[in-house]
Design a protein around this ligand. Sequence first.
Ligand SMILES: [Zn+2]
Length: 351
Amino acid sequence: MTKIRGILLLTVLCAGILACARDLPADWRSLQRLLQAETLSQPASPPLTVQFLGAGGIYLHYREQSLLGDPFFSNPPISQWIMLRDLKSRPDVIDAHLPPLDQVQAILVGHGHFDHAMDVPYIAQKLPASVKVFGSDSTRNLLAPEVPLERLVGLDGKMAQQQAGGEWVYLTPTLRILPIYSEHAPHFGDTVLVSGNIPHPLHERAGDALDWKAGVNLNYVIDFLQPGTDSAVTTVAYRLFYQSSSSNAPIGYPPRWLLEDGVPFDLALVCAANYNHVRDYPQGLLAYIKPREVLLIHWEQFWDDYSTETATPMPGMDFADLEQRIRSVLGNEVPVRVPNRGSSFELGGRS
Ligand SMILES: [Zn+2]
């Protein structure tokens, strides 16, 4: 994509965003009731803590292990995208809101757009050198100027697709991820902005919004494992599905062989942004994996200043429609949460 074409596309997108923003339903504030953090009643077994960080960002903690996905706090304003300013991380904002890092085992990245990847280098340098960053090969190349290559793991060779393939990647003996090939929802029409791949490691930090190329999109299955008394026997304490960009069904689904192991999905972390720009989403996915609970992420305007107090739903976000889609396949009993930025809840073990 040439820069001029990119500027035009960004301008069209931003004009659309601003036009839609004026059309926000007057009663959207009533949704704030939905957006408050919730804590479940006392779980029967050790809980898994789930924190929503904003945009596609999540923090997971179980026992002595934590995981970050797509951590993003800097929220550059739209004017910086259009003017093709270099997008800079904001250490003051990140440091104020970053969850505890002392037990973080890895950072997962879904794709290379700035709202998923631009804060990763700053956060990675706060972590021990043994903590690696996982993403597509393109994302590895994108982050190479600021994160040592030995800490960047490209997963293109280990991706699963629904029909076959894929390989577990063990982050520790009791924490593993399965990367799944997925795609990025179009921003408008059938156009995905800044969708290119980065085939070789960059030498300078990506600058403006057009430099933060998406590359291949990944979803992840995340298993927190529980060693048995016999060290040879390990069970899955929690299985999560993590999707930080919407995709057309059935792209991005876990492989069939995984579903045959009989381990249920405890939680689906599902991207809400552009949910209605793709086919059969998220109901097709949820009918397939049948999670116990659903957490909607990437629902809020990530170009507003980061705040844990207020957040505005993205233009076109229709929570009632989205909930109806989910309930049409999961029924009324499955908890569906829309957390505010920074809020967390405890997911109880299976009874
Ligand atoms: Zn994106």
